[in-house]
Design a protein around this ligand. Structure first.
Ligand code: DNO
Ligand code: MN
Length: 360
């Protein structure tokens, strides 16, 4: 298992590479060119620049999160092939620079992850990302955006860029009549095109689950259950068609058995996100510390399952709470994610030790 940490890039993150380097066990950053929109080709020089910056701190650039998928590809409109070509070129450019082994992406229509409050207070005074169903039902997305903006400390959230929000009506309308099967067909079409290119470049594609794992604003959703994941890995049978198994996204509803998913899809998980969330009776959920007892997700069972399958992929702590007055991008401060790493590594190191002892 290789430990990674998400980094939004120089000048675009409150966390620095030197901070990241000091976290025990750190292998590489999880990065992206966040200023480029979906559908744009990532230039070789820009990729090289990030590689050089990370190398100065002995960090790799093994995982990209995300090369975002243009809406035309998700909708399957006539211009999709052009955007698929651009996506392939980005994969080739990443291959040319070298060092990237995994590309995380998602196939959520219109929005990336959705929350209703970016700084909901826990009893201990820390704050975290919160999802409240009542605030979404019947709410105009603009209103939600304003609300989210107020609680997000001036930082733009991925997928919530103002330019995007301007076109929201148009985008939402475009999905009228697009069924889950249509969306899946469009994903399968995309995968058949890009997976061979990923293979040629030694890269594994890894789809991130829908977050939250149920429909929002009546948009179709196709990545939130074991059945969905099975259908996706079956669509193109290649190790380069893989999953980002996000325990927080999948764990935000009761009923997803994540340790079972890990055992089932073991060869197809190049990238693991570890996040804990507390799910309430009414379906609302709040993000918590990574500690198993603090939320509803069986983090220790999950670590056990990864250890059992001999996981050799990349793992990162996902969103953290905001602690000790830290001002950061929502969910992406240094402190709680660093604590998360030590919890993950504590569990992992103990599993390794016990395995070694039992084989002696
Ligand atoms: C993940 C979230 C998402 C994620 C994308 C992947 O935990 O932070 O923004 O990065 O959905 O494409
Ligand atoms: Mn995640």
């Amino acid at each position: 298992m290789k430990t990674t940490f998400r980094w939004y890039g120089k000048g675009n993150d409150t966390v620095s590479l030197s901070d990241i380097r000091q976290i025990p066990s750190m292998h590489s950053v999880v990065w992206a060119l966040h200023d480029l929109g979906p559908g744009e080709v990532w230039p070789v020089e820009r990729i090289q620049e990030v590689k050089d910056q990370a190398a100065e701190y002995d960090l790799g650039i093994d995982v990209v999160e995300s090369v975002n998928v243009h809406e035309a590809i998700k909708l399957g409109t006539a211009d999709r092939d052009e955007y698929i070509e651009n996506y392939k070129q980005t994969i080739r450019n990443l291959g040319e620079v070298g060092g990237v082994k995994v590309i995380c992406y998602n196939f959520m229509p219109v929005f990336d992850w959705v929350r209703t409050d970016m700084a909901k207070e826990h009893e201990d005074g820390s704050t975290a990302l919160f999802y409240e169903n009542a605030k979404i039902e019947g709410v105009d997305p603009h209103e939600l955006f304003e609300q989210v903006k107020r609680s997000s400390r001036g930082m733009t959230l991925p997928g919530w860029e103002p330019e995007r929000l301007e076109k929201i009506e148009e985008l939402l309308n475009a999905y009228n009549g697009v069924s889950e099967d249509d969306l899946f067909e469009n994903l399968a079409y995309f995968l058949k095109e890009i997976v061979p290119v990923a293979e040629e470049n030694g890269i594994k594609m890894a789809i991130h689950p829908d977050d939250p794992p149920f429909p929002v604003f009546n948009l179709p959703r196709i990545v939130h259950s074991k059945e969905n994941l099975q259908r996706i890995v079956d669509a193109v049978d290649s190790p380069s068609n893989g999953l980002t198994l996000c325990s927080g996204a999948l764990g935000s509803i009761k009923g997803n058995d994540i340790p079972d998913m890990i055992r089932t899809f073991k060869d197809r998980i190049p990238f693991a996100h570890i996040r804990n969330v507390k799910v309430y009776e009414n379906g609302d959920f709040i993000e918590t510390s990574h500690r198993e007892q603090d939320g509803s997700v069986p983090i220790l069972e999950i670590m056990k399952a990864y250890h059992e399958i001999g996981f050799e992929g990349y793992m990162r702590p996902d969103h953290g709470r905001h602690l000790w007055g830290e001002e950061s991008r929502p969910g992406y401060g240094l402190y709680d994610r660093a604590l998360g790493i030590m919890y993950m590594m504590g569990a992992w190191d103990m599993l390794e030790k016990l395995e070694k002892e039992s084989s002696q």
